[in-house]
Write a protein that binds this ligand. Structure first.
Ligand SMILES: Nc1ncnc2c1ncn2[C@@H]1O[C@H](COP(=O)(O)OP(=O)(O)OP(=O)(O)O)[C@@H](O)[C@H]1O
Ligand SMILES: [Mg+2]
Length: 259
């Protein structure tokens, strides 16, 4: 199904201050793929993701989302296909109440009010925030804001789900709920994260970015078990693989792994 395609062809991007954040990035993500984007701070992960819904347009190269090439003209249409959870939930929440924020997208899609109410309840339940429905988003804790931002995107039932550090503020139970939701989400998903256990759990494929370039692109279980590659990129083995690598009795840096 080509409408779920995300393709970058030699994409470069330079911020207005002259920072070259992306340099010749090419990949092709097809329908139903789950792809993790990993790399050190400042590697270019958020910059890549912000191109996927046309929040940024490439300085050079071609981006294709579904059947459309990303341009100023097509970006509105592309945003209807691509649900984007930003790294900072404050960039996403701007309505007077949580309900209004989550309902905003579905109402814009033209769904009848009754249907929108049902959908808002459904997605707030998924992220465990139904009781916050009438609160102003700026009164929420950062984890609650992240959960509501995620709810506002999944309420749109996007063809392509793009998430930038979705679990960074979440408590363990909310993180687990998010992982279960993502595993069930059958369309294309792209997730940038430093939470390599989440990537390993949810994404079959993983792309490693360094200084705005792709340095590895392959199966997550291969890439995320490659200690040398990870260390070169300021990353570490996912915790679940560290236990396997060191064994449960090995003392590491003064800590004993518990079983
Ligand atoms: N608005 C901006 N203006 C200028 N430079 C920027 C801007 N936003 C990001 N950059 C630079 O672009 C590069 C890539 O940043 P980006 O935010 O994509 O990194 P990242 O991989 O998402 O990092 P993190 O893991 O910290 O979220 C960095 O060098 C950053 O300093
Ligand atoms: Mg980022």
């Amino acid at each position: 199904m080509s409408h779920h395609l995300v393709a970058f062809d030699s994409v470069s991007f330079c911020y207005p201050d002259g920072t070259e954040a992306l340099n010749g990035v090419s990949f092709r993500i097809i329908h139903g793929e789950s792809v993790g984007i990993v790399g050190a701070n400042g590697a270019g992960k958020s910059t890549i993701l912000m191109h996927m819904n046309g929040y940024l347009l490439p300085s050079s190269g071609i981006i294709t989302i579904g059947d459309l090439q990303l341009t100023k003209k097509t970006r509105q249409e592309i945003r209807r296909k691509v649900g984007m959870v930003f790294q900072n939930p404050d960039d996403q929440l701007f309505m007077p109440t949580v309900f209004d924020d989550v309902a905003f997208g579905p109402l814009n899609l033209g769904l009848p009010e009754e249907k929108v109410r049902e959908r808002v309840d459904e997605v707030l339940k998924i992220v465990g925030c139904l009781s916050l429905k009438d609160k102003p988003p700026h009164h929420l804790s950062s984890g609650q804001k992240s959960s509501v931002a995620i709810a506002s995107v999944i309420a749109m039932q996007p063809d392509i789900l793009v998430m930038d550090e979705p679990a960074s503020n979440l408590d363990p139970k909310s993180r687990r709920q998010l992982i279960e939701f993502l595993k069930d989400f059958e369309h294309t998903k792209v997730i940038a994260s430093h939470d390599l256990d989440l990537i390993l759990d949810v994404c079959k494929r993983c792309i490693v970015i360094r200084d705005g370039r792709i340095v590895a692109d392959g199966l997550s279980h291969e890439i995320l078990s490659d200690r040398g590659l990870l260390e070169e990129n300021n990353l570490e083995l996912p915790l679940s693989l560290q236990r396997v690598a060191y064994g449960n009795d090995k003392i590491m840096e003064g800590e004993r792994w518990t079983t």
